[in-house]
Write a protein that binds this ligand. Structure first.
Ligand SMILES: Cc1cc2nc3c(=O)[nH]c(=O)nc-3n(C[C@H](O)[C@H](O)[C@H](O)COP(=O)(O)OP(=O)(O)OC[C@H]3O[C@@H](n4cnc5c(N)ncnc54)[C@H](O)[C@@H]3O)c2cc1C
Length: 399
């Protein structure tokens, strides 16, 4: 059946999870005329105050789905990525973003607060009659039959659906039944995060740039959010604890101690924030199968990646548009649509995950290897370094 000619009385798609992936999937499906019911486990859709970088492969999707307008009042479009030696503070290199990357890939590079991105997705979804949103509804099980799937919530209510998309994040409750029983493992690192007023940036640190400070075994990243009024700061350090809740209050003294070897201006920045939150980074062995009959995984539930390339959320946006296109192309053969979605996405997401892991290793080198990395970065013009990521930022859906 051709896209755009959907059968009458098509059941809605059930989506477990109202995070970045679940809401985007609902909006993308609606663009193809497919109704959905998003079930969010939490009692409200609020997101906490961390930042998120959205490369051109993500901002293009937000623009095409009609989400960008709601986000524009709160975006920053940084002009560059400044890479520093985290111990001396010296600049190693500066990589172009701003108009350079927008012209190269036909879409900008934005940095925003997660809560602002989430609010823009929610506002868009609420304006679409084909989308139903329910909070306080955890989907914990499902049952499939030949022509439908029943998504079953924690209270035992059954929701008949055309398909079930598990967009329920890293700790997906549905993944074991759909795909494989593997569980996320801690990687021995924790991320501490905060928001500060942009007035607190130390003198000499460019306001409208992403800054990455590299140090042996740890690194820090900060960038403007809230249209430049605030700076989102993330510090990633070696840490044996395994904290699953990503809003765990973090003792400031512990962080100050862990970062005592950082350059003076970075320590000043870190010390300027009182309230920190932290969570432990986890990884999951590649999931061999995402789609099973009328059920599939999307976003972190399918392919959680380490945050060293700032792409986990953007991959969930990419998943959403591919999945919606294929479900609209095969509305009467949903298992086939979901299999094609898996084939279309697995290699790309594995490549991004591998690239992110390797970035993380390079960020936290020490001794002679760190010196070699710095020397190499200094010797290559920033635009040449960024061109190596054309495969990442230049992604477009096949349609
Ligand atoms: C330190 C760090 C920095 C990052 N920085 C970036 C960045 O700069 N750029 C970027 O693109 N990505 C970044 N990411 C990754 C990004 O945050 C994730 O990839 C993204 O949030 C995944 O979205 P998701 O919708 O798949 O999952 P989630 O955001 O985890 O959403 C899942 C949703 O499902 C709900 N839920 C869970 N279980 C159920 C259930 N059984 N039923 C119903 N609802 C349920 C949850 O409450 C939640 O709302 C970063 C990650 C980390 C750790």
């Amino acid at each position: 059946m051709a896209a755009g000619h959907l059968p009458e009385n098509l059941l809605p798609v059930a989506i477990a999870g109202g995070g970045i992936g679940g809401l985007t999937a609902a909006i993308a499906l609606a663009r193809h005329g497919i109704a959905s019911h998003v079930h969010e486990r939490r009692e409200s859709f609020s997101e906490d105050g961390a930042g998120i970088q959205i490369g051109p492969n993500g901002t293009r999707i937000l623009r095409d789905l009609g989400v960008a307008d709601a986000l524009l009042p709160n975006i920053s479009a940084p002009e560059s990525i400044v890479v520093h030696d985290g111990q001396t503070g010296r600049t190693i290199t500066e990589l172009p973003l701003g108009s350079w990357i927008a012209e190269r890939h036909g879409a900008p590079y934005w940095t925003v607060q997660r809560s602002h991105l989430h609010a823009a997705l929610l506002k868009t979804a609420r304006g679409v009659p084909l989308i139903t949103l329910t909070t306080g509804s955890a989907i914990t099980a499902f049952e499939t039959s030949a022509d439908r799937v029943a998504a079953i919530d924690a209270g035992g209510s059954r929701h008949s659906a055309l398909a079930l998309i598990a967009a329920d994040g890293l700790w997906s409750a549905l993944r074991p039944a759909i795909a494989s029983p593997g569980a996320p493992r801690p990687v021995g690192k924790s991320a501490y995060r905060t928001l500060i007023s942009s007035d607190n940036l130390p003198a000499g640190v460019k306001t409208n740039s992403v800054h990455v400070w590299l140090s042996p075994g740890s690194h820090a990243v900060h960038y403007p959010v809230s249209a430049g009024r605030e700076i989102a700061v993330v510090v990633i350090v070696n840490d044996a604890q395994s904290v699953q809740n990503w809003s765990t209050p973090a003792p400031r003294g512990t962080l100050l101690n862990l970062t005592r070897d950082f350059a003076h201006e970075l320590k000043t920045l870190i010390a300027s924030a009182e309230a920190w939150r932290m969570w432990s980074l986890h990884t999951l062995p590649p999931v061999a199968r995402w789609s099973n009959g009328r059920t599939t995984l999307l976003g972190d539930a399918a392919h959680p990646i380490l945050p060293f390339l700032a792409q986990g959320g953007v991959l969930a946006l990419e998943d959403s548009v591919v999945l919606a296109r294929l479900m609209s192309a095969y509305p009467t053969n949903i298992p086939q649509a979901l299999r094609l979605y898996q084939s279309a996405r697995m290699i790309r997401t594995a490549r991004v995950a591998a690239s992110s892991t390797s970035n993380g290793r390079a960020y936290q080198l020490g001794g002679a290897t760190a010196a070699a990395r710095n020397g190499l970065l200094k010797s290559i013009p920033g635009a040449i370094v960024m061109r190596r990521y054309d495969w990442l930022y230049g992604w477009r859906d096949a349609s």
